[in-house]
Ligand binder design. Sequence first.
Ligand code: ADP
Length: 480
Amino acid sequence: MRLSDPSLLKEQCYINGQWVGEPTMAVTDPATGAELAKVPQFGAEETREAIDKAKAAFPAWAKKTAKERSAILRRWFDLMLENKDDLALLMTSEQGKPLTEAAGEIVYAASFIEFFAEEAKRIYGETIPSYRADARIVCIRQPIGVVAAITPWNFPAAMITRKAAPALAAGCPIVVKPASETPLSALALAELAERAGIPAGIFNVVTGKASKIGGEMTSNPDVKAITFTGSTEIGRLLMEQAASTIKKVGLELGGNAPFIVFDDADLDAAVEGALASKYRNMGQTCVCANRIYVQDAVYDAFAEKLSAKVKEMKVGTGTEEGVVQGPLINMAAIEKVEEHIADALGKGAKVVTGGERHALGGTFFQPTVLTGVTPAMMVAREETFGPVAPLFRFSEEDEVVAMANDTEFGLAAYFFARDLGRVWRVGEGLEYGMVGINTGIISTEVAPFGGVKQSGIGREGSSHGVEEFVEIKYMLMAGL
Ligand code: ADP
């Protein structure tokens, strides 16, 4: 890994404006297994220290004017874009996604900082017509206090900025625990935060033992909000733990996204949408199409067109030119993909393309398309989190909406159709927080991202993204 600015590679944690800790925990490149760096293995004690320091830094940050906080955030945004190539290379090295995708994530991640730098100035209060003549009602929105964030490896930069930018904009300090697979992107963000002039104690990064750090974050009474992106299982655990101190909880959890192709769809657009939604980040995103439902009349044509495109996908190390599919994150990911494919084949599905580990070895897997998939198979119920497109056949609109909703998850859904009545019926009928209609990509900083059912609580991005980090105070001003 050759960075043009080697000082972006950090091997220590960032607490209260200091680089601290002994690097002991290896960070590896999933494409090669090679060690890239080491980071500290911190636990409860260091996390408590970070929370204490954040608490101490909070009043001065909250007292700054919105415009002052905005200017500092804006510098952070500019620095991310100026260092885009290095940040992307760091990300590809520790996470595996192709370099162009990593660069895309840096721009996406930075966009949250830009958006919330602007939004900082618009965290408005309200006045309410009073119920008595001698009094007035005023509401103000105040920063909630110290925020703790736990983030996953699939978007090593964006899942941090999507939480940190609104928290900081609102006037809160944050302590971030990045995924142990991808701490280097988080630490590089801290370096840029420091250069941007974010004061000591306001943006902190703690790496190490997840359960110890998470345990402290959820039990420490000085933490007022916990924001998490990751599995439903860990989200449930953190929510339980946070109950003891009644923290505000924001959760972005697993999905099981349906992707429906109706017979009136533009089929080529549907194929492009499916490719983008299914194979981005090798299928390792919580909004990736997981179950692809195709109506009878277009099933065979869709399967053929999709497979033809999937066969052309270049698999390899993310830094190699033209590669669109990198390695999966680890062996456990490969095993889950294999288990889902074996289960489907055992119950009558067919492989149209792919289906096996890639000749490159390691955690490389062939992008796969399966036909003849039914609701009895594991792929129908569980998130595969890998490059496997299972094609289900359906005939009726009501039937497919019912199948699409038959899951405890409710994050993203997609469908392709042209009939206006159908577009509205299906759009409203899908029990999901986000619905992509005639598109496979929905993520943007300007719209609210989040799920219903067991996919989460709260929304990130857009003006709604600030809500997690403010409390509304109502003041009744009487004696007029
Ligand atoms: P994934 O399957 O994407 O790795 P996880 O939910 O396991 O999803 O991980 C998401 C984040 O949660 C990571 O930062 C991980 O280290 C962290 N994590 C895992 N277990 C715990 C735990 N017991 N307490 C707090 N954080 C945890």
